[in-house]
Design a protein around this ligand. Structure first.
Ligand SMILES: NC(=O)c1ccc[n+]([C@@H]2O[C@H](COP(=O)([O-])OP(=O)(O)OC[C@H]3O[C@@H](n4cnc5c(N)ncnc54)[C@H](OP(=O)(O)O)[C@@H]3O)[C@@H](O)[C@H]2O)c1
Length: 309
């Protein structure tokens, strides 16, 4: 079904009509809400990414101007699922991701693909704390030994970047105003008994998902580090949570070695800084990560005492 939008007639005038994959997912769900708020007609795809004919059918039924792929195997409950479900993970993240890129190219459609920056790990060229981030020209340095999830994402990007109709967005550690959502990085780390304390690039979804819609309108393609400028450590995120939301909140830190040895029972996690210069140049209004987190995530939740248990 296509959800025709009310209110703002401008998108219709522009001929916008979005087909979105990932209806039940975090990013897909948020995208639908933004489209409704902006008055953009959209429909969720009912096909499975690995089933090419089902994608062709969706496109024929919806006649979209743009396709958004916010679907992927990420769990549940988290990416460790991929370690034990490798062929299912390949089906969605490699075969499926390639399928939809290929079908869209065949139909002359732009595709916005929400992928991940979780395919890079600090190394000697991009050391921790250096301010030197991985750029859009870098290929994954983590796919060989990291989690199986990261491996599928890194491999898919290597192929999909050759499709001139695709805009690949590398999302990382999403922060967003729904603090109760299990995919919110804040919900995740406030629930850990102990946390590491490492600077990372992060994506404030409340600010950047509308930017991704603007990217579609501008028909931007290629790879984009889809993170706010700068980095935040785990402790900085938790300090903001304590200062804005729950003054009684306390936490304990792990060393990285302890974290990986004791807490994670399957796959390692990567830490990195992504260079957001390209995104910032296209959208100068994008806020640095701390300012964005305060404006879009913590200030709206101020003293709400959200129950994250
Ligand atoms: N949120 C994060 O932490 C995060 C961080 C970085 C990058 N990303 C990337 O952003 C994308 C979306 O993430 P998310 O957090 O929104 O994921 P999510 O909440 O786990 O949702 C995944 C969505 O993908 C759908 N899906 C999975 N395999 C599919 C297939 N083969 N065909 C059709 N639909 C399929 C799921 O539907 P079913 O339940 O019906 O399978 C679900 O709607 C993923 O590619 C992820 O790698 C997310």
């Amino acid at each position: 079904m296509v959800y025709e939008a009310n209110g703002n007639a401008q998108p219709l005038a522009l001929g916008l009509r979005f087909l979105i994959y990932g209806r039940t997912g975090c990013i897909g769900g948020l995208l639908g809400k933004i489209c409704e708020a902006q008055g953009i007609p959209f429909a969720y795809g009912s096909g499975r990414l690995e089933d090419r004919e089902s994608l062709v059918d969706d496109i024929a039924a919806v006649q979209p101007s743009h396709v958004f792929n916010a679907a992927g195997a990420t769990g549940p409950p988290h990416v460790d699922w991929g370690e034990f479900n490798k062929t299912e993970t390949i089906k969605s993240n490699v075969i499926g991701a390639l399928n939809i890129a290929d079908v869209c190219r065949e139909k002359g459609l732009p595709l916005i693909f929400y992928s991940t920056g979780c395919m890079f790990d600090y190394d000697s060229d991009q050391p921790i704390g250096s301010g030197i981030g991985f750029t859009e020209n870098d290929s994954s340095n983590y796919s060989g030994f990291g989690s199986f999830y990261s491996k599928t994402k890194g491999m898919a990007e290597e192929w999909i970047k050759n499709y001139e109709n695709v805009c690949i967005l590398r999302v990382r550690m999403p922060l967003f105003s729904d603090l109760t959502h299990h995919r919110n990085f804040i919900k995740k780390i406030t629930g850990y008994e102990r946390v590491v304390n490492i600077p990372n690039s992060m994506t404030v979804l409340d600010e950047l998902l509308p930017i991704s819609i603007e990217m579609a309108k501008r028909n931007l393609t290629g790879i984009w580090n889809f993170t706010n400028p700068g980095v935040l450590t785990h402790n900085q995120v938790l300090e903001m949570y304590r200062d804005y939301v729950d003054p009684d909140f306390t936490w304990k830190n792990f060393s990285l070695e302890e974290e990986q040895a004791k807490v994670l029972d399957a796959a390692p996690r990567c830490n990195n800084e992504l260079d957001s210069t390209k995104l910032k140049k296209e959208f100068p209004e994008i806020l640095p990560i701390k300012e964005s987190a305060i404006k879009y995530v913590f200030q709206p939740n101020k003293k709400k005492k959200v129950n994250l248990a």
